[in-house]
Design a protein around this ligand. Structure first.
Ligand SMILES: [Zn+2]
Ligand SMILES: [Zn+2]
Length: 181
């Protein structure tokens, strides 16, 4: 097991990850959402007939809620279009499901079934799922595991919760041990 990943690297990667959730929404879907919202205002205030003057509050409420609903749906489609790629899922299929299934059901299905995010092995840059404990190409250790049964453990555990193995004997890589104290 190799230990070449420095702590600085880990912190930088984590910062990039946390700041990128909002930037996952592409510009085209933001523009489209604004257009859809303005379109809803136009539809309710100019296209629909104004035969009852007392209906203005109702009209404002309807145009605002409809516009917001459509706009957020478009933003979500934009988010999914980028999110599928970093999880290695079939993009065309999932875009179709999210767009076609009515009332946002497709999006719910997507968020229930989506695969874990792909990361790159810091040692050999192979694309791997974030749930892996070891890189399948170079055996680089990605997460703390028991040295006897190789199930995942917490870095603060002294003994393995599955087989009772003494974890101090395993000589976990230094980059994993830094979080223990
Ligand atoms: Zn690797
Ligand atoms: Zn174990």
């Amino acid at each position: 097991m190799k230990a070449i990943w420095s702590r600085n690297n880990t912190e930088r990667d984590r910062a990039e990850e946390s700041g990128s959730e909002l930037s996952m929404i592409p510009n085209w879907s933001i523009a489209l959402a604004v257009v859809a919202f303005l379109g809803a205002q136009y539809l309710f205030h100019f296209v629909m007939p104004h035969n009852k003057p007392g209906m203005l509050p109702m009209r404002l409420m309807m145009s605002y809620s409809c516009g917001t609903l459509i706009a957020s749906y478009i933003l979500m489609i934009g988010y999914v279009s980028r999110d599928v790629r970093r999880r290695g899922m079939p993009a065309a299929l999932w875009m179709l499901i999210v767009i076609i299934m009515p009332g946002g059901v497709g999006a719910v299905v997507y968020f229930l079934l989506r695969q874990p995010m792909l990361t790159r092995c810091p040692h050999c840059t192979t694309e791997i799922a974030s749930t892996y404990h070891f890189c399948p190409q170079c055996q680089f250790q990605m997460a703390p595991v028991c040295g006897q049964c190789f199930r995942g453990v917490q870095i603060t555990d002294v003994f393995c919760t599955q087989c009772g193995h003494d974890l101090a004997e395993d000589q976990a890589p230094a980059r994993l041990r830094v979080f223990r104290d």
